[in-house]
Design a binder for this molecule. Structure first.
Ligand code: ADP
Ligand code: MG
Length: 501
């Protein structure tokens, strides 16, 4: 059980975890430091609010002085989990908010203390019942009645988790997603060869979740008694932790194995590095496949690119069909805009549909967002959606205004994403990971700032313009075919977008 039930007897345990560099001098715990901390917390929370609330109800902020962030954890288990799963993001956000003040990197000092006066979140704590206070396993029965299980199967919770509009008829099929669509349709019993498992890989906002919901809708429509389990990998993980904590593993296994006719797990990349959950998922997977119950998994990366995922799981993922979804071409994007407009009852001309599809290229979610904003603005102002209106709105809301970021901003964002220093980025280091980060930075500068190649060469440690050209081409090509590269780019673009706010 390792990390989950580690006993905590040390009350005032202090240890430091270095981050990217040595400590630097910051002004004493100022209002500015507190504000930066709060902003960084908000940003980190946004990534997975439920999980954040749960863990940070057992963590307290204890100040930020002289480059040292002080935190208190209710016990070591919480501390280790937060260090492994939240701290890298939290620190990156915090360092960004502190700007120049944190240039040398922050250190973290932890204390362990069972009672917290002011936890970061007031939500449900993961350690309200501390392991040392838990009754022995043999007397687990009374504890079962303490709180209702959220693990048990419930048709209502499934319905609530599914978006009614995410159906097969509402999904536009084009060359970029045809295989994934056909395979998903077959998994739902729609005909054609059925692969088990089906692994759907693709970048953010390209329709993976839509296909998962479509499978669930179709199966439930045709076989209402089918026991369909649709969860994100994060939810699977949280259920597993809860089951372990509250001695409900039998319920957990009933739900995910014995009483599951179809298992849909979204965003499996979340299991990276979560060894115990991976182990449990491995057994769940085997049990279902042995019973010939379909399993569909989505991911933002191909199985072989999943980091910190054991080989035996990767090989299970590739044992059926791996179907990818790529960024849709212009024609498909136009068709998607028209389909969305039809579903939402928005009156849209072909010319405006084309204009939107041309302007929002990399992500269907953003494309949909642009259409919805336009429709909202039109209904508020009473103005008809014509090309001129659409163009002016696109210019206003476009989150990427090239004049607002500089080469330095992009270099900074890339460095904090890949956890490199600026001098490493600009150095002659040809180590694979540093070179890749450098190429990504060059690509983003070229794409967003339209700098000339010689200009960029100078900005990146006086490199030859041909080096910059081939870097930009390489990343451009990789972005098209490698969802992992796409995910890196999107994460950096998000960083840039939030620093522009
Ligand atoms: P992902 O899970 O890959 O991040 P989603 O499935 O959440 O992406 O899709 C984002 C949005 O884009 C959803 O509203 C979805 O309906 C829409 N979408 C994506 N691809 C298509 C498509 N081919 N046809 C219609 N809508 C799509
Ligand atoms: Mg999704």
């Amino acid at each position: 059980m390792g990390i989950f039930f580690r006993e905590t007897s040390v009350i005032s345990n202090t240890f430091e975890l270095p981050t990217s560099g040595s400590p630097v001098s910051l002004p004493p715990a100022s209002e500015q430091a507190e504000r930066s901390w709060k902003d960084a917390v908000d940003e980190t929370r946004r990534r997975s609010p439920a999980s954040f609330e749960q863990w940070f109800s057992s963590v307290q902020f204890d100040g930020l002085e002289q480059g040292v962030l002080s935190l208190v954890a209710r016990d070591e288990w919480v501390r280790d989990w937060v260090v492994a799963h939240f701290l890298p993001d939290l620190l990156a956000n915090l360092e960004r908010h502190l700007g120049a003040e944190a240039n040398g990197g922050l250190r973290v000092r932890w204390r362990v203390q069972p009672q917290l006066d002011k936890p970061v979140c007031q939500g449900r704590s993961v350690v309200k019942t501390r392991p040392s206070e838990a009754p022995p396993a043999s007397s687990s029965a009374p504890r079962r009645s303490e709180r209702p299980s959220t693990i048990v199967y419930s048709r209502a919770s499934l319905a609530a988790a599914l978006n009614a509009k995410h159906t097969f008829p509402n999904f536009v099929v084009g060359p970029s997603n045809a295989l994934a669509y056909a395979a998903a349709f077959a998994s739902a019993g729609g005909g054609g060869p059925r692969y088990n498992p089906l692994f759907i890989a693709g970048g953010t906002g390209l329709g993976k979740t839509h296909l998962m919901h479509a499978i669930a809708h179709k199966v439930l429509e045709e076989r209402p008694s089918a026991r369909v389990v649709y969860v994100s990998a994060e939810r699977f993980t949280n259920d597993f932790i809860e089951a372990l904590q509250h001695h409900r593993m039998d319920e957990f296994r009933t739900r995910y194995r014995a009483e599951c006719d179809l298992l849909l797990v979204d965003d499996i990349q979340f299991l990276a590095g979560r060894e115990q959950t991976q182990e449990e998922f491995f057994h769940t997977f085997n049990a279902l496949r042995d019973a010939d119950h379909p399993i569909v998994v989505t991911s933002d990366k191909y199985p072989q690119q999943l980091q910190r995922m054991p080989e035996r799981l990767v090989s299970r993922f590739t044992s059926g069909l791996v179907a990818d979804i790529q960024v849709p071409q212009l024609e498909t994007r136009v068709a998607i805009v028209k389909k969305k407009a039809q579903i939402e009852g928005i009156d849209l001309s072909d010319a405006v549909a084309e204009l939107l599809a041309q302007n929002v290229q990399s992500n269907v979610r953003e494309l949909e967002g642009a259409l919805i904003r336009l429709a909202a603005k039109s209904s508020l102002t009473g103005r008809h959606i014509d090309e001129e209106f659409a163009e002016s709105e696109l210019a206003v809301v476009s989150p990427r205004r090239p004049d607002m970021v500089s080469v330095e901003d992009i270099q900074r964002a890339v460095c904090s994403h890949f956890r490199l220093s600026n001098s490493e980025l600009l150095s002659k280091d040809r180590h694979k990971s540093v070179a890749f980060a450098r190429q990504v930075a060059m690509y983003l500068c070229r794409q967003r700032l339209k700098c000339s190649f010689p200009e960029l060469g100078r900005a990146f440690g006086n490199r030859d313009h041909t080096t910059v050209m081939s870097a930009v081409r390489r990343v451009e090509a990789l972005r098209q075919r490698d969802p992992q590269v796409n995910a890196h780019l999107e994460a950096i673009e998000q960083r840039l977008a939030s620093s522009e706010d």
